[in-house]
Design a protein around this ligand. Structure first.
Ligand code: XMP
Length: 494
């Protein structure tokens, strides 16, 4: 591997092409090519895509889209210090979006009024309530249809489908059996009960259909989408982690600009002391020393990248950083056999994705590449743009994309009313804010990216992403072509 390091020192994505190899697959079909990879030690994704924890990239809408497409989103911590609820709410929305088995269905007592039931349905947006007695034993099922034309003064028990007419499943939940039972009885909801008749969960036909339509989705053991959430290393970070874990975030990411630091060491130690063996990713680092430092502190995944990000000015303003390909190769040398790396930042064209994945990343974190899509947070604003040919002005929709260390993002996170001009001036910004054209959904973009990644696997002479990584690492010189200025122009200037 050290040969590779000397080959890539000082280099980044646009410095290389890869030599095409003898292709061994008939079709470059993303449905059949295995792109499985690890996000962290105990979390495997079917697609190696991670959406960045930036406040103009990942909140619940993006996290849902990315998880449904097989990757994972990291909800940013760009909320004001101490204001933890908004981030927790985003996690809740993702975890409630899809289910295999709903472990905690909404319940109501048989003696409750129909007005109460209607109110609960309206508040939760859920159209089915399981009717249970005080011991949580199933008494019936009440749906929106049962409320139609009903006297709201009546009781739940007067309109529910009672237990004796209800089909239920007793024993361990199994989606295949559930589907058969639902088909045989032409029902859309199947309550799960224990042998003592108490409610254990609910399976719905809608969720089963959804599971089949999204075969690559990243799900937890209960069939819910997975989501990660970012915290800092100071201030409210432990409290924030505690609330995020209570909302069942699957992974916590301690994300600070310089992860190889005393601040990070203190934060990991305090985190482990309080939360034990929770899946923890930390970053960012860009050197072998930085990786070893985090490994020694027992993290489960490491985010690599100092300064390659699209919204980032760290290298301009401080002159510190490591070209991303060098960082990935160096960090992988130190991390191999321990924890997976997330290649974070600098991927600005689809072809760079495969580079990030063979040079060292097991997954790739994307920020600017996803900017402006419908699932990113923030308003769309119309801006006048002059069309060069006709000199006419047209109005074009834009969205904001900004570095998390940009002045605007920092000021938004702080309580501005408590901040005077001198405080604002004292903030050392290492990011910038830009307007990007608003575009459609992120889903076709992700699918295109994955198609191109599958084509890259084929060009690389492999059958799967992991095989390509193996072949590449066995003999990188078979692949790596260092570009000159003119071959770079020939390759990428369009
Ligand atoms: P891309 O290139 O995909 O990179 O936009 C996303 C990553 O950029 C990092 N990031 C920043 N880095 N100052 C920085 O030095 C910033 O203000 C900033 N905001 C984001 C971050 O690692 C993200 O995942």
């Amino acid at each position: 591997m050290s040969d590779l390091l000397s080959l890539v020192r000082g280099c980044t994505f646009d410095d290389f092409l890869f030599t095409p190899q003898h292709s061994v697959i008939e079709r470059r079909d993303p449905a059949t090519i295995d792109l499985t990879s690890r996000f962290s030690q105990r979390l495997t994704l079917k697609r190696p895509i991670v959406s960045a924890n930036m406040d103009t990239v990942t909140r619940s809408e993006m996290a849902i889209a990315v998880a449904e497409e097989g990757g994972i989103g990291v909800i940013d911590r760009g909320f004001r210090s101490g204001d933890i609820d908004p981030q927790v709410r985003e996690v809740h929305i993702v975890k409630r979006k899809q289910h295999g088995v709903i472990g905690d269905p909404y319940m109501i007592a048989p003696a409750a009024s129909l007005a109460d039931a209607a109110e609960r349905m309206r508040r939760t947006g859920i159209g089915t309530l399981v009717v249970v007695d005080e011991q949580r034993r199933v008494q019936g099922l009440l749906t929106t249809r049962d409320l139609r034309f009903a006297d709201e003064g009546g009781t739940v028990s007067s309109r529910m489908t009672p237990r004796e007419r209800l089909v239920v499943h007793t024993g361990t939940p199994d989606p295949t059996i559930a589907e058969e039972v639902m088909r045989a009885h032409k029902i859309k909801k199947l309550p799960l009960v224990g042998t003592d008749g108490t409610l254990r969960g609910l399976i719905t036909a809608k969720d089963l259909i959804m599971q089949r339509q999204l075969p690559f989705a990243t799900r937890d053991s209960q069939g819910r989408l997975r989501v990660a959430a970012a915290i800092g290393a100071k201030g409210d970070y432990l409290e924030r982690a505690s609330e995020l874990l209570r909302a069942e975030a699957d992974v916590i990411v301690i994300d600070i600009a310089h992860g190889h630091s005393v601040v990070m060491a203190r934060a990991i130690e305090a985190f482990r002391k309080r939360f034990g063996d929770v899946e923890l990713v930390a970053g960012n680092v860009a050197t072998a020393e930085g990786v070893r430092f985090l490994l020694e502190r027992g993290v489960n995944g490491i985010k690599v990248g100092i300064g390659p990000g699209g919204g980032c000015t760290t290298r301009l303003n401080t002159n510190f950083g490591v070209p991303q390909v060098q960082a990935l190769v160096e960090c992988r040398d130190a991390a191999v056999g321990h924890v997976p790396l997330i290649a974070d930042g600098g991927v600005r064209r689809h072809g760079a994705l495969v580079q990030a994945l063979v040079f060292g990343g097991e997954t790739v974190m994307l920020g600017s590449m996803l900017a402006g899509t419908a699932e990113t947070p923030g308003d769309t604003v119309q801006k006048p743009v002059v069309v060069p040919d006709s000199n006419k002005t047209v109005r074009v929709p834009f969205k904001v994309f900004r570095g998390m260390a940009s002045l605007q993002a920092i000021v938004d996170r702080l309580d501005v009313e408590d901040l005077d001009a001198a405080d604002v001036e004292a903030l050392g910004a290492e990011g910038m804010e830009i307007s990007v054209p608003a575009r459609g959904s992120v889903r076709p973009l992700l699918r295109d990216m994955l198609k191109h990644l599958c084509s890259a696997v084929s060009y690389g002479g492999a059958r799967s992403l992991s095989e390509l990584q193996e072949l590449f690492r066995k003999d990188p010189t078979r692949y790596v072509i260092r570009l000159t200025a003119s071959s770079r122009r020939e390759s990428f200037d369009r």
